[in-house]
Design a protein around this ligand. Structure first.
Ligand code: PRP
Ligand code: URA
Ligand code: MG
Length: 209
C-alpha cells in the first residue's frame, strides 16, 4: 500500500467506526458519529501543519505561543463529505469550505461531476479534502485532479473507510497526496461497495435509502 496512507489506530476512532458500521444506527446517530470522526480525523490530518509564534496575553503575563500559521481550506465531496466537514468545522470554525458535487455512475462506477465551487485563494492554503468513502477511488482521484487544475498544491485526503483498490488508485494517480483513513477495509463487492463497509454513506447520512 502507499507510504502516504495513514490508518488512524486509536481506540476511540475504532470504536466510532464500529458504531457507523451498525446497520441499525439511525440517520441521527450516523450523522453525529460521522461528525465526531470528522473532528478526530482532523486531529491527525493537521499534524504536519506549520505553527507560528503569536503574541498572547494570559491573565498573568504576555508571551509568544504557537498557533496554526495558516487556516486550511476544507473541501467536501458531496454529499457524504458534508458529514465529516461538520466535525472539522467544529474544530477549526474559521476554515473556508469548497464543495465538489460528484456521484458514481452505478454501471461504470466512474465519477460524474455536477458542482464545483471553491475559495479563490485555494492555491495559498493547505487543503483538506473530505469524503467518508474511498472505494474504487474514482471520485477522490477526480476531485483531486480538479483541485490541482484550480491551483491547489498542498492537499491531504481524509476518509473514514478506505478500500485497498481506492488507496492504490490514489497512490498511483496522486502520490503527492497523503491519505488519512480511520480504517482500511477488505475490498469491494461487484457493485463497488466497500466490504465489510458501512453501506452508502450519503444515503445513511440523509435518510435517502
Ligand atoms: O471511490 P468511489 O468508487 O468513487 O466511491 C466513493 C464515492 O461514493 C460515495 O458517493 P456517491 O456517489 O454515493 O454520492 P453521494 O455522496 O451523493 O451519495 C462516496 O461518498 C464517495 O464520494
Ligand atoms: O461502500 C461504499 C462505496 C462507495 N460509496 C459508499 O457510500 N459506500
Ligand atoms: Mg451515495
Amino acid at each position: 500500500m502507499s507510504a502516504s496512507l495513514t490508518v488512524v489506530d486509536h481506540p476511540l476512532v475504532r470504536h466510532k467506526v464500529a458504531l457507523l458500521r451498525d446497520r441499525a444506527a439511525a440517520p441521527a446517530t450516523f450523522r453525529r458519529t460521522m461528525r465526531e470522526l470528522g473532528a478526530l480525523l482532523l486531529y491527525e490530518a493537521t499534524r504536519p501543519l506549520p505553527l507560528a509564534e503569536t503574541d498572547i496575553e494570559t491573565p498573568l503575563e504576555r508571551g509568544r505561543f504557537p498557533t496554526l500559521a495558516e487556516v486550511p481550506c476544507f473541501v467536501s465531496i458531496l454529499r457524504a463529505g458534508n458529514g465529516l466537514i461538520d466535525g472539522m468545522l467544529d474544530m477549526l470554525p474559521d476554515a473556508s469550505v469548497g464543495h465538489i458535487g460528484l456521484y458514481r455512475d452505478h454501471e461504470t462506477l466512474e465519477a460524474i461531476e455536477y458542482y464545483f465551487r471553491i475559495p479563490d485563494d485555494i492555491a495559498r492554503r493547505p487543503v483538506l479534502v473530505a469524503d467518508p468513502m474511498l472505494a474504487t477511488g474514482h471520485s477522490a482521484a477526480a476531485a483531486l485532479s480538479r483541485l490541482k487544475q484550480a491551483g491547489a498544491r498542498r492537499i491531504s485526503f481524509v476518509c473514514v473507510l478506505a478500500a485497498p483498490e481506492g488507496a492504490r488508485r490514489l497512490a498511483e494517480t496522486h502520490p503527492d497526496v497523503p491519505v488519512i483513513a480511520a480504517a482500511l477495509d477488505r475490498g469491494l463487492n461487484d457493485k463497488g461497495y466497500i466490504l465489510p463497509g458501512l453501506g452508502d454513506a450519503g444515503d445513511r447520512t440523509y435518510g435517502t435509502l
